[in-house]
Design a protein around this ligand. Structure first.
Ligand SMILES: [Ca+2]
Length: 434
């Protein structure tokens, strides 16, 4: 629009509607989800042992969430809640055997964003269907997926990978270095149009392997910690922190930093607590595979220059099923989201405007069932409903069910109501190592 026209339009007060109608903001979306990182493993979440200056800076430039949760305590089903917007009691992939697939009719975040014209790429661990099958990422809305399909394949960092189900030999190269490079390349290749970059990166998941010459390893390899795994996990976290910094620098170099919303989170709680070293779960009970807070509460940071208030901290309780409606609203395609999902957009919280709708309750199941509603957490176990006040008791030590029988009764109802019989959880082929 030329300057004179702009001035004329401003005089008549019609410039803003015109801009709204013609220049719909379509920010790039980067969603980095690392694997098995504990709630307290980042400096900005209190770590004293693991160096994460770039992610800490990201938190200072954006919003840090204190009460965000994964959709489950393990990899595959957590990804299913993230990709589909349904909580664990409703989501298609409930088991963690490795090859339980999404079906063609399932709607993923990537499919929703494609409706808005986004280029879609995934780099890391898919976990929702084997290569070449209907559940494969490139048949579920991703233009390009590079990495591991079956999550059992991801239990080593020295193996082959797949690009859109085609095998790629790495000749002994560390898989994550390759996955990171491809993540960067995707940004470069799509700098001109809106893109959705999904990075379900696999560190610091076991196996605890890192190249001897990885710069992050040099920081930790001689630490006096008794556990070698603790050193490797720290190095993996610091390596990814450096890579988050590199992505940020690339966005700036390409001139798209301001046009990009970037998230950082973990797919479930810490696999190992490293008590006495990293204290990855702090005072919280449990770890990966537990529905206590240590198994499901995750770090979550969102940065969107000019839109999210820098240095903000939110205690809004939310979880992975909320990601689909949030990203859909950001991309202005909320109408493409299936009507019956469990997620609620958190865009009002991110932008600090509008009314944030709250969950009546958030639901998890993994052996036991758990629910959070407001400050209350309920865990149904062995026929008893344990009730905790998470503001007073994040360690979940004081069962208040006898003191608050009416709340306990409400939570019992939620725990029954949240569960729906799963559809077939049959693998689309066992992992063979090939
Ligand atoms: Ca995981």
């Amino acid at each position: 629009m030329n300057r004179i026209l702009l001035i004329i339009l401003q005089l008549f007060g019609s410039v803003y509607p015109l801009i709204d109608a013609t220049a719909k903001e379509m920010p790039n979306i980067i969603f980095i989800m690392v694997d098995d990182m504990g709630y307290h493993d980042l400096g900005c979440y209190g770590s004293k042992t693991i160096q994460t200056p770039n992610i800490d800076r990201m938190a200072k430039e954006g919003m840090r969430f204190t009460d965000c949760y994964s959709g489950d305590a393990v990899c595959a089903s957590a990804r299913s809640t993230l990709m589909t917007g349904y909580h664990k009691g409703h989501t298609p992939v409930r088991g963690n055997s490795g090859g339980i697939p999404l079906f063609p009719a399932d709607v993923t975040v990537a499919e929703v964003l494609k409706k808005a014209g986004y280029a879609t790429g995934g780099f890391g661990k898919w976990g929702l269907g084997n290569q070449g099958k209907d559940g494969a990422a490139e048949r579920q809305g991703f233009d390009l997926f590079y990495g591991y399909y079956n999550q059992w394949h991801a239990h080593t960092y020295y193996t082959h990978l797949f690009r859109n189900s085609e095998k790629v030999d790495l000749d002994g190269r560390y898989t994550h270095h390759s996955i990171f490079e491809e993540s960067l390349q995707f940004i470069k290749d799509h700098k001109e149009k809106p893109f959705f970059l999904y990075c379900p990166w696999t560190p610091p998941h076991a196996a605890y392997q890192i190249p001897e010459d990885e710069p992050a390893w040099q920081i930790y390899k001689d630490k006096p910690w008794k556990s070698r795994d603790a050193k490797v996990a720290a190095a993996m976290d610091t390596m990814m922190d450096r890579q988050v910094g590199e992505i940020t620098e690339l966005l700036k170099k390409l001139g798209i930093y301001e046009k990009t919303i970037m998230f950082f989170t973990s797919d479930n709680g810490a696999a190992k607590r490293f008590d006495g070293i990293h204290n990855s779960c702090g005072i919280m009970q449990g770890k990966k595979r537990s529905l206590n807070e240590g198994g499901i509460r995750v770090p979550m940071i969102a940065r969107w220059p000019g839109r999210i208030k820098p240095g903000s901290v939110s205690d809004h309780p939310w979880y992975f099923p909320d990601v689909m409606p949030t990203l859909a609203e950001i991309a202005d395609v909320s109408g493409e989201v299936p009507k019956d999902i469990d997620g609620i957009s958190i865009l009002p919280t991110l932008l600090g405007k509008g009314v944030q709708k709250q969950h009546e309750y958030m639901y998890w199941q993994y052996g036991v069932r758990a629910v959070r509603s407001g400050k209350w957490k309920g865990i149904g176990k062995g026929g008893h409903l344990y009730l905790y006040d998470l503001i007073q008791d994040r360690a979940e030590k004081n069962d208040l069910s006898a003191k608050h029988p009416e709340i306990a009764a409400r939570f019992r109802k939620y725990i029954i109501e949240g569960y729906r019989e799963p559809r077939s959880q049959k693998d689309d082929g066992k992992y063979t190592g090939k």
